[in-house]
Design a protein around this ligand. Structure first.
Ligand SMILES: NC(=O)c1ccc[n+]([C@@H]2O[C@H](COP(=O)([O-])OP(=O)(O)OC[C@H]3O[C@@H](n4cnc5c(N)ncnc54)[C@H](OP(=O)(O)O)[C@@H]3O)[C@@H](O)[C@H]2O)c1
Length: 283
């Protein structure tokens, strides 16, 4: 396996780090965690990654590629559109010529293993989104850390935690899927683990980095209401009852067999995220 040139990657104010998708939930967390470097944080408006950059972006020392089409159900209707962002975008990020962190997903697996997936398990995506992300992994090239994570949430953007906080304040009961199991991962924890991976000189290749512990969406919803002190019941339903457009893996817990940086338990991530949201609401 290829090793990065660790001299060029020395952390600090002279390391030029380019972040794509900086307006997204992970991109925003990366910009905070890498703030001690010389960061160029590009939002969708700054660079539409479906196309090569219109202006020179200089020669970054490191690219953190967080831009993506993340609408899993929407990708079923427009797989070509999703591929243009996910595969085309990753190709363009890799073409910048710097070591790349490309983020991928537990949805590259079909979930039928019934046990946690490690880096050597064979992918078999069920959805159009999962297929574009698997192709994107290949497009990342040889000088890339492909970081697979799962069920991301943070204080900004679209995510399950923020949706449940809104619904829990409006309703007495919500119906939530109870037959999909994964590891809900706080973006700040994933961003910190990314820095640890890169700064630690880990070899390029696939890395599974997700929160410790696992749960179903219904269990996560209950934990959110508990943590936020919301009086809302969770009615447990099946994937079939929910009827989402895209098929999703039943068990897509990710674990590392390669000694990837370990993340705190998802409940810790949830508590930290809700504390941050409270802080922001009162400041
Ligand atoms: N969310 C999850 O549960 C999850 C789980 C596992 C892995 N991942 C992976 O983790 C990474 C980060 O995901 P995230 O949750 O932070 O997603 P996110 O919040 O949806 O952020 C993605 C960002 O990419 C931007 N984007 C979309 N199309 C673009 C384009 N053509 N050019 C440039 N930027 C574009 C979006 O901007 P607009 O909003 O303006 O379109 C958004 O700011 C992705 O690779 C995703 O596949 C996510």
């Amino acid at each position: 396996m290829e090793h990065p040139d660790t001299d060029a990657l020395r952390a600090g104010p002279s390391r030029r780090v380019l972040i794509t998708g900086a307006g997204g939930q992970l991109g925003a967390a990366l910009a905070e965690v890498f703030a001690a470097d010389d960061v160029l944080a590009l939002t969708h408006d700054d660079w539409d990654v479906r196309f090569p950059p219109r202006i020179s972006l200089g020669r970054p020392d490191l690219v953190l590629h967080a831009a993506a089409w993340t609408n899993v159900d929407g990708a079923e209707d427009d797989p070509q559109g999703a591929a243009e962002v996910n595969v085309g975008g990753t190709t363009h990020a890799a073409e910048l010529g710097a070591p790349l962190v490309a983020y991928s997903t537990d949805y590259v697996f079909n979930g039928r293993k019934g046990a946690p997936y490690t880096e050597s398990d064979g992918p078999a995506p069920l959805s159009a989104y999962g297929r574009t992300k698997l192709h994107a992994e290949a497009a990342a090239g040889e000088s890339a850390w492909v970081v697979r994570s799962s069920w991301l949430f943070g204080p900004t953007g679209h995510n399950f935690v923020r949706t449940m906080l809104r619904l829990g304040a409006e309703r007495d009961e919500v119906a939530v899927v109870d037959d999909q199991r994964g590891s809900p991962t706080f973006v700040a924890h994933l961003a910190a683990a990314t820095r640890e991976l890169v700064n630690g000189g880990a070899p390029f290749g696939i890395w599974h980095i997700a929160a410790a512990g696992d749960c179903t969406w219904a269990e996560l919803a209950e934990a959110i209401f508990d943590e936020a002190g919301l009086d809302c019941r969770v009615r447990r339903i099946t994937t079939a009852e929910f009827g989402a457009k895209a098929p999703r893996p039943a068990v897509s817990v990710l674990r590392s067999e390669k000694g990837a940086p370990e993340l705190p338990h998802w409940r810790e991530g949830l508590a930290a995220c809700i504390a941050l949201l409270r802080e922001r609401a009162t400041s």
